[in-house]
Design a protein around this ligand. Structure first.
Ligand code: PHE
Length: 467
């Protein structure tokens, strides 16, 4: 076995690292976009219910699996299932999923880094032009930025759990909160900002339908970094004396607050740009929002604060997104590293070289999926539509396997590892949890309706995306 397992140094360190994982592009952009299109305050309400009633118990389950076994996801499932062969499958899925999600998330983060560099070098006006994005993602610059980004992330990972992951989170997360608040305060002083706030907060329940509900659920699940083996791995670095329920709550609250606050940034900006706008008509995707629409909004600020001022605001925004994405990538890439260390007895550095090497090649395949290489651009046909390699990775791992992994975690914890063992782990470091209403709720929900909801999402996605 590898030497003594590293642990997070403090409870706050763990919470910031896990919140660093949870707060990502999903919170800063995908959440406001979804809220905009799906009834504002009504979406917020549905989302918050999902976070606290459905995702929070799953997070506790993942953390408990990791902490009890002291292992990566593959090892955790093996150990706690007493060597059952069937239950190895979710372990492997909880390894492959983060590995592949990291690949496509790396590529999106590379674009964010590129936009930051273009902004800082005075090119905000170019970013705001119609075809810049598609042109930019097909320039060889993306390969250079990919190398830079991977160097940063792997340098953090190479320093280990406490001196790398935890320390980075302790520096970067407070910085992220300050930048986000600063931007929100600035945006709220702009003309017509209040229209955006109103649009964001006044609930329109007529927009809530089955699709919106399932979108809110998927968004909450992804946002809390569930189904990706991350919380299992981070759980294995948690100290026994720390409370799993308490820490999970802190992470969920932080993550949700950031998502909520990001909406206060995006919507008022949109209404300042155009008070007549109907934001529900805006582009569906977060990529469309970050790379096509927001640069235009930032550039328009030059009328009030000049070109340099507008560029500064844009640069802070892209930097904010970059920081959020880096702390998420660190957590997700730690999963395969932990597996190689635990299962193959590898040194941390050796594991990093292996993971980074394979991810680099796959990330290139994703990066050239937008026209550079035809074979990757038209990789497969799904439901009669051509999909690129990038799309395929996203559809398989993010859309489909993620809810499946969540479902398997619930079933495993309650029916294979067993409630009594799970309860014991949750009570460790939190004696007040024993016999509480929360405990009863967590046990009941994880064994009944949570897996059912995840199953419905899984079936719905398969039907929608593959047939
Ligand atoms: N929670 C992240 C987000 O909202 C999702 C994520 C986690 C993505 C880890 C990649 C790695 O963006």
């Amino acid at each position: 076995m590898t030497a003594v397992r590293e642990h997070f140094g403090s409870r706050l360190g763990f919470i910031l690292a896990a919140a660093g994982s949870a707060v990502g592009i999903g919170n800063l952009v995908a959440f406001p976009v979804a809220a905009t299109k799906s009834g504002g305050g009504a979406f917020l309400l549905v989302y918050a219910l999902f976070v606290f009633l459905i995702c929070l118990p799953v997070m506790m389950a993942e953390l408990a699996l990791g902490r009890r076994s002291d292992k990566d996801p593959v090892g955790a499932y093996r150990q706690l299932s007493n060597g059952s062969h069937l239950w190895r499958i979710p372990g492997w899925l909880a390894l492959i999923t983060p590995f592949m999600i990291a690949v496509f998330y790396l590529v999106v983060t590379v674009w964010v880094l590129g936009y930051l560099i273009e902004t800082v070098t005075g090119n905000l006006n170019l970013l705001a032009t119609q075809d810049f994005f598609i042109h930019f993602i097909n320039t060889p610059k993306v390969f250079i930025y990919l190398v830079v980004l991977m160097l940063i992330i792997n340098a953090i990972l190479a320093m280990g759990v406490k001196d790398g992951i935890e320390r980075a989170a302790k520096t970067l997360m407070p910085m992220l909160f300050v930048m986000l608040l600063g931007l929100v305060i600035f945006v709220l002083t702009l003309d017509n900002a209040i229209l955006g706030v109103k649009y964001y907060l006044v609930p329109d329940f007529s927009k809530i339908d089955g699709n919106v509900v399932s979108k809110a659920m998927a968004q909450a699940f992804f946002s809390l970094s569930l189904g990706m083996g991350i919380m299992i791995t981070y759980g294995s670095y948690m100290k026994k004396r720390d409370s799993i329920p308490g820490s999970s709550r802190a992470v969920a609250i932080t993550d949700t607050m950031v998502a909520f606050t990001a909406g206060l940034l995006i919507l008022p900006s949109i209404f300042h740009f155009n008070p007549q706008i109907d934001p529900s008509e805006l582009s569906e995707s977060s990529a469309g929002m970050i790379f096509l629409f927001l640069p235009k909004i930032f550039l328009a600020l030059q009328d009030s604060i000049g070109y340099a001022g507008a560029s500064a605001v844009a640069a802070i925004f892209f930097f904010l997104v970059l920081v959020a994405a880096i702390t998420s990538l660190v957590s997700i890439i730690e999963v395969p590293i932990a597996t190689l260390r635990d299962e193959r007895d590898m040194e941390r550095k050796t594991a990093i070289y292996w993971v980074a090497g394979v991810q680099f090649v796959l990330a290139i395949a994703c990066a050239v999926s937008f026209g550079m290489v035809n074979w990757f651009t038209e990789f497969v046909q799904l439901a009669g539509v051509n999909k690129s390699f990038f799309d395929l990775v996203e559809i398989i791992f993010y859309d489909t396997i993620l809810p499946l992994n969540g479902l398997l975690v619930c079933l495993f914890v309650i029916y294979k590892w067993k409630k009594a063992n799970f309860d014991k782990e949750l009570q460790e470091g939190d004696s007040a949890f024993a016999g509480s209403f929360s405990q009863k709720y967590v046990n009941f929900s994880l064994g009944t309706f949570i897996p059912l909801i995840l199953l419905l999402i899984f079936i719905n996605t398969v039907a929608l995306k593959f047939f």
